[in-house]
Write a protein that binds this ligand. Sequence first.
Ligand code: MV4
Length: 444
Amino acid sequence: MLKKVLVANRGEIALRILRACKELDIKTVVVHSTADEKEMFVRLADESVCIGPPQVKNSYLNIPSIISAATIANADAIHPGIGMLSENSNFAKIITDHGFKFIGPKNEHIQKMANKIEAKSIAKKVGLPILPGSSDNVLDYLEAKSIAENIGYPIIIKSTNGGGGRGIKVVLKEKELKNNFLLAKKEAELSFGSNQVYIEKYLTNPRHIEIQVLCDNQGNAVHLGERECSIQRRNQKIIEECPSPAISESDRKKICETTIKAMKKIGYFNIGTVEYLYSNGNFFFMEMNTRLQVEHTVTEEVYNIDIVKEQINISSGKKISLKQDEIKKNGHSIECRINAENPITQLPSTGLIKTYHPPGGPGIRIDSALYSGCNISSFYDGLISKLVCKGNTRHECIMKLKRALDEYVIEGVQTNIPTLKKIIQTRDFIQGNFNINWLNTFLK
Ligand code: MV4
């Protein structure tokens, strides 16, 4: 069993991992920048090592400093958290090369799933449904033209080494293809250092549905159902929920079992999330995330399982604590991401948190490292809190969400709470009638 874990991240996710470690009686050490010296995740860790200035490239992304801190603290393992270095296969390899346990998937899977073409080729090989499109990088415009004619417009051009929403171009008809193809290659080059792109049939109004998987190194692989993540703006998830209001029990069974079979064929290890586009009752593989996700919380609330504790346990060689037939879906959970931002422009809002009063009561969970007196800087991601509600039904969950958003007091920075309040009171949201384009349209 692990004795001490170094958390190579900050803020709410660092706190989340600390909490799991403490419940497993594992000592914790965190690394932090000079800007985070007074942050809650530093205060609650057993040990802390300052590894650099506020800029992430000189602190939280500084691999030699993190490895040095793990050595000084005599940590057994390193948890990368979310974002930062969490999908950097080089980081995972350096960690294991230096004798530390990496709390995450196998290096090869991190690497393969980061390349969207390779991920899609693996997905196809192991029986996951994929969209028509190019089976490899598209080298030039003439090849793009031929592929587009073959699958039919509209098509989407994506960066092979991309992810999130960057380097994406939607082409509705042929005359727009040449410029968009050249632009996509240029953007891919600038964003990801590689101008490789691929083409897929474009789905106009899909939902974003993702499946949570847990795989140990003793051949056990379980799914924890799906999460609905369609309420997004500029590829930033704002509201996530479990289960999806659009997925029938038979849909759920089909896609979850297909996903688990695929994980077993891959020989996947640790936790992961398989992302699908869902349209007209059909799922299509989009990408796989080889790390813990911000929205893991709603799955924990509905399936009554601590995903981070499971991840730490399976990383130290233990088996998953539950068999698939012991894992039961119960109730509904919705998460609202609370960002420090101007609710109109979405520009970052920074400052000292003068007053902080989180909501409480039945069915409310707050995952946040905020406290009165803490400082929100522009060096880091604007996610300052996750408001997670759990109810017996989706309706009860929405009622709790409304109450909690009304109770939540955060003074000192602007937040997107007003926008969240508007969204959850719309007929579309209440009826679960939305897709990935809904929020952009609603906010226009
Ligand atoms: C798509 C798509 C429609 N059709 N692929 C966005 C980022 C990356 N995950 C892939 N994305 C998309 N791929 C096909 N064939 C629409 C999107 C997309 C999207 C997907 C999920 C959630 C939000 C999104 C916002 C814009 C575009």
